[in-house]
Design a binder for this molecule. Structure first.
Ligand SMILES: Cc1cc2nc3c(=O)[nH]c(=O)nc-3n(C[C@H](O)[C@H](O)[C@H](O)COP(=O)(O)O)c2cc1C
Ligand code: SF4
Length: 487
């Protein structure tokens, strides 16, 4: 498992909270336009998967409570968690791949409107992802999953200096490999097979030998466009296209994408499908519906895209018409830790995962505002190219002073806070009321992210054991934790 070398435990930054008057006069609490939509402020709750949908991907009471609770704190905008655009099973993650999901999503929109008294704009993050299987038991892998080929036979006969393997029957090859030491397996299996054995099978956008991967450029624009149209019907103010982290569209943007069909290689080719998806959506939803994008300022993996790629993508996104650019960092499978047998690889475990959700155990720079320079570089380049769409920064931003400083220095136009909003969904209102000293401050130790990793309902350690005996409180499946912050 990746560990930062000699981490230092950082203290939460000392901060002075503004008076109500100062807050009211601040940039943070000044309005901003996104496309045709006006945000009351520059406060933003970015997407966070809470593991509360049904197994079939429908909105539940717990989902309504989760978003209703954020809305009660009246951020200017909330982005609903990554929501699958296909009509395929994906566990308790929200889905928008069929019209049957619309009524539940409509209720979600109504809940946010009601709880925020109309103050919060609501976007939904739409996502496509490829297959990721759990790490198999060794026996199962060699018995059932591995396809024995001529190259295995050749490698085996070379590694053992025994030519009989060239004509051996499959079952004896499987039995031999199953009891072979890792050093022998390393000689016989190729890199992808070793990965499938030790981490679980995982598809990439570059697996063009698989017809369903080859055809992604021809099917994804429609999947995304239909999902966006459903979001519009359900009453959302817009969609955010998930082009970040470990998922399909980030795979196309990645510098590791070497597809040779015009959708890989040079940056111009890697951005082609992401732009085609945008155009398909725009044709379907019109110009008065927000279409934003979340993408990576840096992939933080070897051979991955860096800030110069991200600057290029940012300008192309702005030129093509995206209404906002939300910048994240890392969160990739490529450097993730090895999962236990029976578990799936989790993209927030390696260094790239650390950079996505940095904790107080950090290097000299610390976690606070750590990723702002990426957003700043993209914003400056986009503005210099003559575009003015808002750029959103995120990552360890949890005080008024930080947020206001970022806006004043023109490093971003909007400031997103995920974990701080989870720790205290009322923190925006408290700041605005001049009661910042009462804010429950996120400790950035990632208990919430640990729950996400285990696919457990996400809560915050600062409040999930409080007032558990309240009559109306809804609890986690094990009954030990409350599911939303006390009011
Ligand atoms: C539990 C949890 C779930 C998350 N789910 C998503 C997601 O669905 N989509 C996404 O783009 N980012 C997701 N993120 C990342 C956050 O949006 C955010 O970028 C990250 O936590 C860093 O911001 P912060 O320091 O304000 O928490 C998630 C973060 C957490 C803690
Ligand atoms: S669990 Fe920890 S890191 Fe997550 S929101 Fe709460 S205090 Fe912050």
């Amino acid at each position: 498992m990746w560990r930062m070398k000699d981490p230092i435990r950082h203290k939460l930054p000392e901060t002075r909270w503004p008076t109500a008057r100062e807050a009211e006069d601040s940039l943070l609490f000044s309005p901003i336009r996104i496309g045709e939509t006006l945000l009351e402020h520059r406060t933003w709750v970015p997407a966070m998967v809470p593991w509360r949908a049904t197994e079939e991907g429908f909105v539940t009471r717990n989902i309504l409570d989760w978003y209703g609770r954020f809305a009660a704190g009246r951020p200017a905008a909330i982005v609903v968690e990554a929501t699958g655009i296909r009509d395929i099973p994906s566990g308790p993650l929200l889905r928008i791949g069929h019209d049957r999901f619309i009524p539940g999503l409509k209720e979600l929109v109504e809940t946010v409107r009601r709880e925020s008294e109309g103050h919060t704009r609501l976007f939904i993050q739409i996502i496509d992802f490829l297959a990721v299987k759990r790490r198999p038991e060794k026996e199962k892998f060699f018995d059932r999953f591995l396809i024995i080929t001529e190259s295995h036979r050749r490698a085996l006969s070379e590694a053992t200096s025994d030519e009989r393997w060239l004509a051996a029957d499959e079952s004896s090859i499987r039995a031999f490999l199953n009891s072979a030491p890792d050093s022998m397996i390393d000689l016989v299996l190729n890199e992808r097979e070793i990965e499938s054995l030790r981490y679980g099978y995982r598809e990439r956008v570059t697996d063009v030998g698989l017809p369903h991967i080859q055809e992604l450029p021809s099917v994804l624009p429609d999947y995304f466009a239909n999902a966006a149209a459903r979001a519009r019907t359900a009453g959302f103010d817009g969609v955010e296209l998930h082009y970040a982290h470990a998922y399909t569209m980030a795979g196309f943007l990645s510098a590791r994408n070497d597809r040779s069909d015009g959708y890989g290689g040079a940056r111009e080719n890697r951005v082609r499908l992401p732009l085609e998806v945008y155009r398909a959506i725009r044709n379907k939803v019109g110009i008065d519906f927000v279409v934003g994008v979340r993408f990576l300022g840096d992939e933080v993996i070897s051979g991955g895209s860096r800030i110069d790629d991200a600057v290029f993508f940012g300008i192309e996104f702005a030129r093509t018409g995206f209404d906002y650019l939300s910048i994240s960092k890392g969160g990739k499978f490529e450097d993730a830790s090895q999962p236990k047998v029976g578990h799936a690889v989790y993209p927030y475990t390696g260094q790239s995962g650390y950079e996505c959700m940095p904790t107080v155990w950090s290097d000299e720079r610390g976690p606070f505002g750590r990723n702002v320079p990426l957003a700043a570089a993209i914003k400056h380049a986009v503005n210099l190219a003559g575009f003015s769409q808002p750029v959103i920064a995120s990552g360890g931003i949890a005080t008024f002073e930080q947020a206001e400083g970022i806006l004043r220095r023109e490093e971003a136009d909007i400031v997103a806070s995920a974990r701080q909003s989870l720790a205290d969904p009322d923190w925006f209102r408290r700041v605005l009321a001049g009661r910042g000293a009462e804010i429950r401050r996120c400790e950035f130790t990632n208990y919430c992210e640990g729950l996400d990793q285990m696919h457990k309902q996400v809560t915050c350690k600062l409040w999930d054991r409080l007032r558990l005996d309240e009559a109306s409180v809804s609890k986690s499946q094990d009954g030990r934790r409350r599911l939303v912050a006390p009011s």
